[in-house]
Write a new protein. Structure first.
Ligand code: NDP
Length: 251
């Protein structure tokens, strides 16, 4: 089997995992954060868990990317920087902003780590080796539409995560109703931002590799947003009734 055939197989695998993830998460919410519960084995510090889980998307992605024959092209480098702008924050800055002392099942970390290994390889190898991103791609509207969506999603995601981080005073562990901005329309603007980002990535790279990650992100985060939304409504009787879960005015 050639490496390109292996790459194709892995992309198909990500689509398959996405298809299986939707029904699984509609019935069993991923057991971390507010949906944490016993029965998922040993646990580890949540901040460290995020760093471990997400680090392949920074380190392994970079290593794979720079072994590619196209890595030093302007467009591939731009795409590499775009990916890293998200993942350096997610792996090494975001964990330091969430409350210390939380615990996450090691089984969840292992699944996230494994997925990120595959996903980072698939995307880095595509933009660094198998895809064709010549300088003319800089004039293609797909690149700019994708970049625009990515940046918009990035801002929404960062802002929404910052609102959540500010809800708790030092030492607090409970939950409050988030308010302001997109929180007036949806319960999970951080997930909405994330969906926009990876849709933008799929368009900017115009690749099945990018699309597989966008589809997986939706498969993972839409059911989780529905669980969060239901949980908010059960926990807070005064929860704003007009809010949707994750897509303004729609879902
Ligand atoms: P959540 O919104 O569940 O939680 C984010 C942080 O905010 C946690 O520290 C949580 O605490 C805290 N928090 C959430 N709601 C409240 C509230 N109402 N009051 C007080 N504190 C609150 O997000 P996730 O942890 O699931 O995800 C974190 C980031 O990672 C998001 O930006 C998400 O988009 C991204 N992500 C991306 C994925 C992908 O497939 N691309 C997959 C998963 C996450 P606690 O932990 O105690 O609940």
């Amino acid at each position: 089997m050639s490496e390109l055939e292996l790459h194709t197989l892995l992309v198909q695998g990500v689509f398959l995992v996405a298809a299986l993830t939707v029904p699984a998460l509609l019935f069993i919410s991923a057991p971390y954060g507010r949906h944490a519960r016993g029965g998922w084995g040993g646990q580890m510090d949540t901040r460290l868990a995020w760093m471990v889980m997400e680090s392949p998307s920074v380190l392994w992605f970079t290593a794979v990317f720079f072994t590619g024959s196209q890595a030093w092209g302007l467009v591939p480098l731009l795409l590499w920087a775009l990916w890293q702008s998200h993942y350096v924050q997610r792996a090494f800055i975001f964990p330091l902003k969430i409350r210390p002392g939380g615990l996450t099942p090691i089984s969840v970390v292992a699944m996230g780590f494994t997925f990120n290994l595959v996903n980072a390889y698939v995307n880095a190898r595509w933009i660094g080796e198998f895809g064709t991103y010549e300088i003319g791609w800089l004039l293609d509207p797909r690149l700019w539409l994708g970049l625009g969506l990515f940046v918009l999603g990035y801002k929404i995601n960062r802002r929404a995560d910052a609102v959540l981080a500010a809800l708790r005073k030092p030492g607090e562990t409970g939950y409050k109703i988030p308010r302001g901005g997109l929180y007036e329309l949806i319960s999970c603007p951080n997930y909405f931002g994330e969906l926009l980002e990876w849709t933008g990535w799929a368009i900017a790279t115009w690749s099945l590799a990018g699309l597989s990650f966008a589809v997986f992100t939706a498969a993972n985060l839409v059911p989780r947003a529905l669980s969060h939304h239901k949980w908010y409504k059960q926990k807070f009787p005064e929860y704003p009734s007009g809010r949707k879960a994750v897509i303004p005015f729609v879902l």
